[in-house]
Design a protein. Structure first.
Length: 348
């Protein structure tokens, strides 16, 4: 394994985490602390409402939840989360929009996150790859007896979704790839912007221990700010997100820092997908922000160009964090893509 590949992957993941931890967004709404205190005082419910269970992927347990649609079911969307993040942190409004459009939504925790196996026996000498993680997704489909689904992947989840589409084309009805790449370590592509990465990493180190080991209220407030208000244009639902964060802390042990490194190494040990993109047969929609500091927009352009019949939606004011600004436009594009299993003409 080339050292520069590992270092580049690790730097990308660390900078992304540090940016999340150090980002400062809009103030949280008045009454946030009292809401957190009220919810902390009782049992946390209503976070997992669908059918949940475990799939077996080799010796690894993969947790999933299947959320039914509103009305008649038009299809199934499998969500693939970003690096080191459990599946509970998909924005609830985004899940509701997909369900309201008639789609069953299945989300699952990548190995190393959430309620899935935390891979305690992992080592650099014997890492897992993105191909192993793609097989985890297939294990979920097999457990739920789903033949074909619409795949949606965000950042690292987009890497995994591509691997599924390449290895199991018959299981993929359509592909939606957001803020992702076919090879984030490709030296020929523009690199992540150096100064934001350096600033984030330097600022993040002193805060990492405090924020991961701090009390529940502090962690809820930080994650509310970092995960909800970091770029979306919808109001912060303090109660909803407090329940998610507390449930994750109490029932799932919260963030697994080791998974961040494991996922970075999985990226580094997996071959580039550029030569394989032409084998993807699923209708594909690539969504990427023009202000993405971690995976510059050129990654999205090259990814869309490499997939036959793919189209791109390029977001003017969006960076890497999700949700993006102007989510109604993004959701409309995704719904159009899912309904037609083809690219909206306006984005060709």
């Amino acid at each position: 394994m080339r050292k520069w590949v590992v270092l580049a992957s690790a730097a990308l993941g660390l900078a992304g985490l540090a940016a999340l931890l150090t980002w400062r967004g809009p103030r949280l709404p008045p009454g946030t602390e009292s809401t957190i205190a009220r919810i902390r005082a009782g049992p946390v419910t209503g976070v997992v409402t669908g059918k949940s269970g475990y799939a077996r992927s080799g010796g690894v347990r993969i947790w999933y939840e299947s959320i039914p649609p509103v009305g008649a079911e038009k299809g199934v969307v499998l969500l693939n989360s970003s690096l080191g993040v459990g599946s509970l942190f998909w924005p609830p409004a985004f899940l509701r929009a997909l369900s309201a459009a008639g789609f069953r939504v299945v989300r699952y925790d990548h190995r190393g996150t959430g309620a899935s196996s935390w891979m305690t026996g992992w080592s650099r000498k014997h890492p897992y790859s993105l191909i192993d993680m793609a097989n985890d997704a297939i294990a979920v489909l097999d457990e739920l007896r789903l033949d074909r689904v619409h795949l949606l992947g965000l950042s690292l989840g987009g890497f995994v979704a591509q691997e599924v589409a390449i290895a199991y084309p018959g299981r993929v009805h359509s592909l939606t790839l957001m803020s992702t790449s076919a090879d984030p370590t490709d030296a020929t592509m523009p690199r992540a912007r150096a100064w934001p990465l350096i600033q984030s990493a330097i600022a993040g180190f002193p805060l990492l221990r405090y924020r991961l080991l701090g009390g529940e209220t502090n962690l809820v407030k930080e994650l509310l700010t970092g995960l909800v208000a970091q770029g979306g244009d919808e109001p912060v639902d303090v109660e909803e997100w407090t329940r998610i964060v507390l449930y994750d802390l109490r029932e799932r042990k919260g963030l697994n820092v080791r998974a961040l490194l494991q996922h970075q190494v999985a990226v580094a040990v997996t071959r580039s997908r550029y030569p394989l993109l032409e084998t993807i047969t699923a209708p594909s929609l690539v969504i990427h922000g023009k202000a993405d500091a971690f995976l510059p927009i050129e990654h999205g352009h090259r990814l869309a160009a490499g997939i036959p019949s793919a189209c791109g939606l390029w977001l003017e004011d969006a960076g890497h964090p999700f949700p993006y600004p102007d989510m109604p436009k993004v959701i409309a594009a995704i719904r159009s893509h899912l309904d037609a299993t083809d690219c909206p003409e306006t984005f060709r």
